[in-house]
Design a binder for this molecule. Sequence first.
Ligand code: ASP
Length: 411
Amino acid sequence: MHDAVNFIRKFPLTAWIFIGIILGVLSGMFVGESIIPIASVFGDLFLRLLKMIIVPLIVTSITSGVLGIGNSKNLGRLGLKTLAYYIASSLIAILTGLILVNLIRPGFGTDIAFSGNVNAADLSSGSLKDLLYRIIPVNPLSSMVNSEILPIIFFCIIVGIFISKLNDKHRLLLTDIFNAGFDVMMNITHFIILFAPLGVFGLVAKITATTGVEIFRSLGLYFITVLIGLLWHYSVNLPFLVIVLAKENPVRHLKNMGAALLTAFTTSSSSATLPLTMECAEKNAGISNKISSFVLPLGATVNMDGTALYECVAAMFIAQVYGIELNFAAQFTVVITALLASIGAAGIPMAGLVMMSIVLKAVGLPLEGIGLILAVDRILDMIRTSTNVWSDSCGALIIAKSEKELNTNSK
Ligand code: ASP
């Protein structure tokens, strides 16, 4: 037993997660559907553990993050920087997608049969007004019960701001309580993520056994366009921002964030990955808790570069397939609505697909178009989620550097 523990400790968590992915793909391919029952248990248990911790982690981390920032002048500055980064990086992602989809024209001349019937009513849940309404909770407790992250974040920021305006006695008491609560949640998180390799194995085995590698073959060109866009954003745009704005080595940052990025890839959920993202950012990348606890939870729901890029490419692809030419004004609308859709998308699997209806409605494209892209959405979701988390972590690094909150002596 002792030997086994020592053997496990010999390799970093990232290596074990990687092994989990490879074993998952192999067993999904070779064992086939009979792996699903056992794989589901591993995957589901891991996801349940992560979901269990998300709401308490966000509540304590945002509130103590806001309290840690101190006076409201600092909060305003940090808030503006964070927002500027989110919007700029998402717009760069969308423009990358727009250029590629216009160059490659994946839907041009394609003759794709509908791969499924999409229930438009299910998918049309997000108008622009709804998006804004969803930020302010009618009842913060019900938002917590239902894991609605945006209203929780909004409420906790307000609570944090008003705690920092209290007299010293009460302010210090509440600050202590939130900081202590946050410590507990982080410790629980450290414990949960030790199980990541097992969870990842289960999730990957299940996907491979259910959809097979077949999924890669259909809708090839569309898939490739989104893929190239995401990879470009991942490996060129974001590293460029890290080099220029933070003057840090993006490869080292990538290595530091490895466990979180791989978990994002396999869980397809920025929110579920959040505990790990914060752990890697603080422990490996040396980003202070003050910055990471403000930038990352907000980013996990609001900053989704991969999703934004995909919304734009998918809408343009659907237009091309239906033979609808989108002029400059319409493409501009696609860009803006793709940005809003990515902001509104929850950090959960396939949330981006649900938000597609906003973009399609805005330029008058048929909602059934979503049926075209369903088949490959699961795999693209994995890559865009990892891109989303990568962008959050680059933002945290850049902002930490500019606020002198980066400990460059860490790994
Ligand atoms: N799954 C993505 C995320 O959690 C959202 C999406 O569907 O694009 O970041």
